[in-house]
Design a protein around this ligand. Structure first.
Ligand code: XMP
Length: 326
């Protein structure tokens, strides 16, 4: 019979058969998919797996720390964190076009990851070993939406570790390739990953970089991070984390509107809430959040985030809207 325990066991066996006693490398993104893929491979080959996490500075509040703490605590994985925040910010300076941003983030990610991979490989070599495998948390919908499955058009440049250094040839290990998100979560739970990680909502690889409509700057990232943290805290407090698929919080950085606060006129930026319900992100509906939750979020953001004077709600389904704004 088809149970999660069987799925895990089967995958572990397959990974062992594929990797044997060689070494593998995994890029952790902070999301569920790469964490579950890494945990599966860790279960199969132990410390012959090295994980690399690129901190591009586009993560939400506390996320990098959470990966460093929670993931390592449970799996005992060998994790290397690369601080590339400066590099990404300077690469993104002056860029507002969504596809250009995605390409830059993807390119810088590969550059940083390449270097980290070379480091891991040369460390292994000094022990007389080779690193032949790259673990990726590719899911079934990723395969389909990137045109790899049923030939659908490429809507957005999805950011995954696609390009690899020419002098490094890895064989891909993709243990989640046939699974949908809900199945991946079950696998994660089966592997003992904490619920905070397993039930984490999807978050795009390019992170907050594609949730700032306009140029990405340090100041704008700080504003968006504060607003996003409030939204996440209020949705969690209302017990809505599992009701909604994800709730992008978007900063319209090039838009200003007039407001009034206290005795003064304000001229700040709008924040857009994009709560969606979905099965697999291929289609989505906007989530009918309770008005009192929306009210609390709005009050808190406009009180606590100085640069924001207006909170708006996106009520568009997918299609025609995509989930992310860029
Ligand atoms: P869209 O905006 O295309 O998003 O409706 C569908 C789902 O994919 C996530 N997303 C990404 N995930 N890399 C990722 O790993 C990306 O570049 C990327 N772009 C969008 C998005 O958050 C949603 O869950």
């Amino acid at each position: 019979t088809w149970t999660m325990a069987n799925v895990v066991e089967e995958q572990v066996e397959q990974i062992r058969a594929q990797v044997g006693d060689r070494r593998a490398l995994c890029a952790l993104s902070g999301g569920v998919d790469s964490a579950v893929a890494a945990a599966l491979v860790q279960r199969a080959i132990g410390d012959r797996l090295t994980c690399v996490y690129v901190d591009h500075g586009l993560m939400r509040e506390g996320e990098t720390e959470q990966i460093e703490r929670d993931f390592v605590a449970v799996t005992g994985a060998d994790l290397r964190v690369v601080d590339a925040r400066e590099q990404f910010l300077s690469a993104l300076a002056g860029v507002s076009d969504p596809e250009e941003k995605r390409k830059i983030i993807g390119r810088e990610f590969i550059r940083v990851f390449e270097q980290a991979a070379l480091d891991v490989v040369s460390d292994a070599k000094s022990h007389g070993e080779t690193v032949d495998f790259l673990v990726q948390g590719t899911l079934y919908p990723d395969v389909v939406e990137s045109g790899g499955g049923s030939g659908t058009a490429n809507i957005k440049s999805h950011h995954n570790v696609g390009g690899l250094p020419e002098d490094l040839t890895f064989t891909l290990v993709e243990p989640l390739r046939t699974l949908f998100k809900d199945e991946v979560r079950q696998v994660g739970l089966q592997l003992g990953l904490p619920e905070t990680l397993v039930w984490r909502q999807p978050f795009p690889g390019p992170g907050l970089g594609i949730r700032i409509v306009g140029e990405v700057t340090q100041e704008r990232l700080d504003v968006l991070r504060k607003a996003d943290a409030i939204v996440r805290a209020e949705l969690s407090a209302a017990g809505l984390d599992r009701e909604i698929w994800q709730c992008p919080v978007v900063l319209l950085a090039d838009v200003r509107s007039v407001g009034v606060q206290g005795d003064g006129r304000t001229y700040g930026h709008p924040i857009v809430l994009r709560p969606v319900s979905s099965e697999d992100a291929m289609t989505a509906d906007w989530t009918r959040l309770p008005y009192d939750v929306l009210a609390r979020i709005s009050t808190r953001i406009t009180n606590e985030v100085e640069e924001v004077n207006r909170v708006t709600l996106d009520v568009t389904s997918k299609p025609p809207g995509t989930i992310e704004w860029e």
